[in-house]
Design a binder for this molecule. Sequence first.
Ligand SMILES: [Mg+2]
Length: 416
Amino acid sequence: MADTTRRDFLGAATLLVPSRLLVDVSPGDRTDSAGKPRKIIRVEALLLQQPLTERFWMSISPIGGMKPVAHRLIVRLHTDTGITGYGEGSGGGADVFRQGIADLVVGEDPFMVGKIWEKIFGLTYDRALVMRGWSRESVISAMAAIDAALYDVMAKSVGLPLYKFLGGYRDSVPVYVTGGYYREGKGIKELLEEVRGYIEQGFNAIKLKVGGITGGYSIQDDYDRVKAVRDLVGPNVRLMLDANQGWDLATAIQASNKLYDLNITWLEEPLHWYDDVDALRRLKLNTRVPLASGEGEITRWGARRLMETGAIDFLQFDCHAHAGITEWRKLAGMASMLHLWLAPHHEPHVHGHLLASVPNGFILESFANPARDPFWFEIYSRKPKIEKSVLYLDETPGLGIEFNQQALDRYGSKLL
Ligand SMILES: [Mg+2]
C-alpha cells in the first residue's frame, strides 16, 4: 500500500462493504431504550453500627478503635422506572447524608455517572464545602456509596451483572482471608489453631498481621509467628503480611529481608504514616519482598504517587471506602500501564465485580470470622459465593446483592 493514500484506502474499503450490513438493523439492535430509567427520584441512606465483642489488634491500633464498632453505610437510589440501586460505604459520610448531599443526586440521569461524580467531587474544592460545614473526607466517603449505587442501577437496567456491564474479563476471582491479629494471651499455638481453621475452610491464601513493635513484638517475634504458619501450611499456600504502618524504614528493610525466605507474596503498608511513599520507594530498592499499599488513598492522585514512584507492586485502592467505582476504574487503567497488580482492600462482593472486569486483578480480601466482620455474615440474603478461596459471580443483574431486612432493622439507623 506504499503508493496508496489513506483516503484511497478508506474509499476502497467502503466499496467492499455490502451496503445491506449498514441498513439491515435487527429489532434487538435498535437504539430506542423505553423502560430505562432517566431520573433518580429519591435517595435512602442507612447507617449500620455493631459493637465488636473483642479487640483485633493490628500493629499499632485495634480494628474499630479501643471501643470497637463496625460501621457500614447503605444507600439506595430510586429511579423513575422503579429500578433501584444499592451502594455501600465503610461508614464515613453519614453526616453529609444527614445534611443534604443526596439533593445533588435527585433529578439526575443515573447513566450520567461521570457528570454526577464530578459534581460531587467538585464540592471538595468549592466554597460550598466550607459553607455547608462538610469535610472533604466525608464527601469522598459518601461518593463511594452513591457511585456504587449508580453502577448497580445501570447494570440492572440493562439486565447484566456489574462485571459484564463493565466489560467482563472472567467470572471468578481468587480470594484470601485476613487474620493473624495480635491479641492478649494469643501465642503461636493459638495463631496456628486460627490458621488451621482457615485451611479447613479451603483458603489457600492468608494474610497475617505483623509490625507490632510498639506492642512488644520484635522482628524476631514476628518472624517466629510467620515461620510457624509457613511450616504448618506448607509451600503451596500464599502468605501475605500487613504491618499497618508499624515500622520505620530501617526496621522495615531488616524485617522484610529476614522474612524473605518464608516466601511472602507481599508486605503491606510497612512504614509509618508520615512518609509512606518516598521511604517506601527506598524500601523497595532494598528488599526482595514485593510491596503493597493504597488502602488509605482517597483519590487517584494520591494513588498515582504510589504507582509512578515505583514504590509498590500491588495497588490496594478501596472503592468502597473512597470515591467509588468510577475512581477505581481509572486507577485500574493506570496500574495496567505500569505493570502493577490490583488487590483491593476489603469488601469482596463489590471489588469482585471490578477485578473480574480487568486483566490485572490479582486477589480479593475477605474475613472468615464473624466476630471481626459481623456484617459480612449477617446483613445479606444474597451475595456472591466464596468457596475454597474463590469468589464466584453469577448472572444476577447489578451487584447481585440483597439485604436481610431483619439485620438492617437490628443494626441500622435511618439517615434519609
Ligand atoms: Mg491493610
